[in-house]
Write a protein that binds this ligand. Structure first.
Ligand SMILES: C[S@@+](CC[C@H](N)C(=O)[O-])C[C@H]1O[C@@H](n2cnc3c(N)ncnc32)[C@H](O)[C@@H]1O
Length: 334
């Protein structure tokens, strides 16, 4: 029994020590696993933090490259919108609005558009008209030169030619008079010069005066392109200097037909100068352009009220617009 008790004591103490050991071991393992867990958790947190950091950097990177791309797209679409609006304004809306108002039409076409295009194309309007003729008209064909200029001025760029509305009136007066000696004051690019010269009977002469040497140089080329250089004499200089030289220097007795289309303030003084120089004969026909727009009130008052003239008005439109303008035909009665 003792033995049994001892054995029992021994076994119970050994059991205790074994269980203590086991508990210790479990605790140790637990602590160890706890530590591992803790380490795992910490490691996980670190990893997660690293991963978060990486993804944040990636996201940031994506943002920093995506943001400028969308900004550029926004910027480009704004630019395209502005360019489209400007194009519609420039080529359609403003021309459509100003074509009914004389001052707005001239301000827009003659001042603004001309200056802008001169700067952008580094060329002058007459140079652009010459190019249109060279590209679109047939050499030696006056009709195709007139058509090329009208087409250019209607579709691309307005210019101060007599134009295709008043042109047929000019044609009918020239055909009716059938002049042997004709005078034009104001050549510009030679558009009306060609209109007149193509209708002259054989052996006739047309003298045209232009004081701007750049315009005169272009007019020479356009008149030659139309094949009319033999019928036309282009004189460079101001009308008030050239008119008094007509008889002696150019052998003119008198003119049968005079087309007035230079600066409007010279219409009246040059008409009086033609009278004084004896260059008008009984029956000479004067045809004056732009008597309404920009207008020549003093000239109109003179030819309409002088007993020396029989005058009538042909209503039409300012070249390439819907603004009222017209031609005044005045027959010199001597
Ligand atoms: C309206 S443009 C002539 C347009 C041209 N007759 C046509 O229909 O094709 C007027 C021209 O007259 C010229 N001019 C103006 N005053 C002048 C003057 N006193 N003497 C000579 N030329 C003049 C200008 O330089 C300009 O080229």
């Amino acid at each position: 029994m003792r033995i049994g008790k001892n054995q029992e004591r021994e076994s119970s103490s050994s059991f205790k020590s074994v269980s203590t050991c086991l508990r210790l071991e479990v605790r140790e393992r637990g602590r160890a696993s706890g530590l591992w867990c803790k380490r795992d958790v910490e490691g996980g947190r670190k990893l997660r933090a690293q991963r978060d950091k990486k993804s944040a950097v990636a996201r940031l990177g994506r943002k920093t490259t995506a943001a400028p791309r969308s900004m550029w797209l926004y910027f480009l679409s704004v630019c395209a919108g502005v360019a489209a609006a400007l194009y519609v304004l420039w080529s359609w809306l403003i021309p459509a609005v100003v074509q009914y108002n004389p001052w707005l039409a001239l301000l827009w076409h003659d001042a603004i558009v001309q200056q802008v295009l001169n700067i952008l194309t580094r060329s002058t309007r007459p140079q652009r008209i010459l190019k249109a003729v060279q590209n679109n008209a047939t050499r030696g064909d006056a009709e195709s030169v007139i058509a090329a200029i009208d087409n250019f001025c209607r579709k691309k760029e307005w210019a101060m030619n007599v134009g295709d509305d008043k042109g047929p009136i000019l044609d009918s007066v020239v055909s009716e008079v059938s002049p042997s000696f004709a005078l034009e004051l104001g050549t510009y690019c030679g558009y009306s010069t060609i209109r007149i010269a193509r209708l002259l009977p054989p052996g006739s002469r047309l003298l045209t005066l232009e004081f701007n040497p750049d315009y005169a140089a272009i007019a020479h080329q356009i008149i030659a392109w139309a094949g009319l250089q033999d019928k036309v004499e282009l004189l460079e200089g101001p009308s008030r200097d050239l008119i008094p030289q007509m008889k002696e220097r150019f052998g003119i007795k008198s003119f049968d037909f005079v087309f007035l289309d230079h600066w409007k303030e010279f219409y009246l003084p040059d008409t009086k100068l033609l009278e004084e120089c004896g260059l008008l004969r009984k029956g000479t026909v004067l045809l004056a352009d732009n008597v309404i727009c920009p207008g020549t009130p003093k000239y109109l008052e003179y030819v309409r009220n002088s007993p020396c003239y029989e005058s009538c008005y042909f209503k039409s439109h300012l070249e390439y617009t819907k603004v009222e303008d017209g031609l005044e035909k005045s027959v010199f009665l001597g």
